[in-house]
Write a new protein. Structure first.
Length: 304
């Protein structure tokens, strides 16, 4: 089968089997084209609550599929590739976080949504990259333990000097690998381009940004801006998507090394296999974990 034939078969099976396909922005174009919804991880999980389909396929990584299951427990949730994990989400385990909490009992624990469901059960509130600052500002406690991304947490902390932040976790290796020298190189080649960056990048990179925000925020800024050139400081696939959606503008990757191999584990044939029932992994979580993680997520929703 060629590409269009595979896509058409997926669309047919979706309709026959009552399937909704979610695709994170970092997926390749051929997968986005068969998806019902495309976006950031939490926005996709939220959207799932609105659809009537009995089965959902998440074209992303494991913590994203877990979040979908937590918010829509009545649905069958399939992770498109069972090997697609997230190094940042898996940087801590429950015992490690419990030990840190025991040493810092006065701290409110804030979890980036990019964490496992088990870790969320030990946290007070979740945040996304777009809501982290707003939610941390609302926390009455002036002591915050932020996991598992010290770069996003550090960016929030810089804007809230009145609060004390502690960090546990190593962050996203795709974003953390980039240094100021990478920015200097691409900026020298494209001095007129605006720099749009994800706060998962290091401080010495983020400080040069014209815009700091989530993946969706970066894409929307570029689409709506009158500027014609942009350096994109997040996963390289966003450059491809923006170039296709805005052919009159130019987009440059901050570094060609910003590739998430876990996201690329999902393939179009893999999605077809999920629709056929021969690939992917159904997400199943213990009720206690579901309840604990849901409490953390619900608190985030309450706080905006």
């Amino acid at each position: 089968m060629n590409l269009s034939e595979i896509q058409e078969k997926i669309r047919t099976l979706k309709a026959e089997k009552d399937i909704c396909i979610l695709a994170h922005c970092y997926q390749n174009p051929e997968i986005l084209e068969v998806a019902d919804f495309v976006g950031d991880s939490f926005a996709l999980a939220e959207r799932t609550k609105e659809v009537e389909n009995s089965t959902v396929i998440m074209c992303g990584v494991r913590f994203m599929a877990e979040t979908v299951k937590i918010l829509s427990p009545e649905k069958k949730v399939i992770l498109s590739n069972e090997t697609a994990g997230c190094p940042m989400a898996e940087t801590l385990d429950v015992d490690e976080l419990a030990a840190v909490k025991a040493k810092l009992p006065e701290h409110t624990v804030v979890a980036y949504i990019n964490t496992t469901s088990e870790l969320k059960t030990l946290c007070d509130v979740c945040v996304t990259s777009s809501s982290a600052l707003k939610i941390c500002e609302q926390i009455e406690n002036d002591k915050i333990l932020f996991i598992p991304d010290p770069n996003l947490g550090g960016w929030v902390a810089e804007q809230m000097p009145e609060k004390e932040f502690k960090f546990v976790g190593t962050g996203c290796p795709v974003h953390a690998i980039i240094n100021e020298s990478d920015w200097e190189k691409v900026h020298a080649a494209h001095p007129d381009a605006l720099f749009l960056v994800h706060p998962e990048c290091k401080k010495d990179v983020v400080k040069h940004a014209d815009y700091i925000g989530s993946t969706t925020g970066i894409m929307n800024y570029a689409k709506n801006s009158d500027a014609k050139e942009f350096i994109i400081g997040t996963e390289c696939s966003i450059v491809t998507h923006l170039q296709m959606e805005c052919p009159d503008k130019k987009f440059y990757p901050l570094s060609s090394n910003m590739l998430c191999q876990n996201m690329k584990a999902t393939t179009l044939m893999g999605v077809l296999g999920c629709c056929e029932g021969s690939a992917g992994e159904e997400i199943e979580l213990d009720e206690d974990i579901m309840d604990g993680a849901r409490r953390c997520i619900d608190r985030m929703i309450e706080m905006g």
